[in-house]
Design a protein around this ligand. Structure first.
Ligand SMILES: [Zn+2]
Length: 183
């Protein structure tokens, strides 16, 4: 944020509440740069994992999910995104973990759920190039090297499922799980 949304004075970087923040010298407005919540899911279809290939951004395979919208809780957000992206209705079976993700201009808070498919058949949504369900080991390979690999591995350990690591050292590249860019 460059200008104060209250009085349009250019914001200046200053220390406030023990961090460098963008502050308005005229009215005292502080840009807190709060993270936007993003919900994603380890989506189970019978014993398989559902992955989506994004049409925009990186075009990598990844977990379904996206931004939580105003008025939604994160569970509603993740189920709506799953329906939009994959065509299936799901139910949240567990809230798993959260991750801070920093990008150059914005920050996000990723909230990961375990979701079971209830009904509906897989059909790629408008923003999705492809959707498929695969065995766990294949899912791990498709998301290799990204945060989603870390999440799936952690989920398997959490559920007591044995697996072979995909082989790479996971170098976390924050933001790879986000389905839509927000500008
Ligand atoms: Zn101001």
């Amino acid at each position: 944020m460059k200008y104060c949304p209250e009085c349009a004075t250019p914001l200046q970087q200053k220390e406030a509440y023990s961090k460098q923040r963008m502050i308005c010298s005229n009215c005292g407005y502080i840009d807190w740069a709060n993270p936007a919540p993003v919900a994603a899911a380890v989506l189970l279809y019978e014993k398989q994992i559902v992955l989506v290939k994004n049409r925009r951004e990186d075009r990598n395979w990844g977990l379904p999910g996206g931004f939580v919208e105003p008025g939604e809780n994160a569970e509603e957000g993740v189920l709506r995104e799953i329906f939009e992206e994959t065509g299936v209705n799901g139910k949240v079976t567990e809230m798993l973990w959260t991750y801070p993700m920093l990008r150059t201009k914005k920050s996000f808070l990723l909230i990961v759920f375990e979701v079971q498919r209830v009904d509906g058949e897989l059909k790629a949504g408008d923003e999705i190039a492809d959707v498929r369900r695969v065995d766990f080991q294949d899912a791990l390979k498709l998301v290799e090297g990204r945060l989603d690999e870390h999440i799936l591995s952690k989920w398997a350990q959490h559920r007591g499922i044995s697996f072979k690591p995909a082989g790479s050292r996971v170098t976390q590249t924050p933001g790879t799980s986000i389905r839509r860019d927000q500008t």
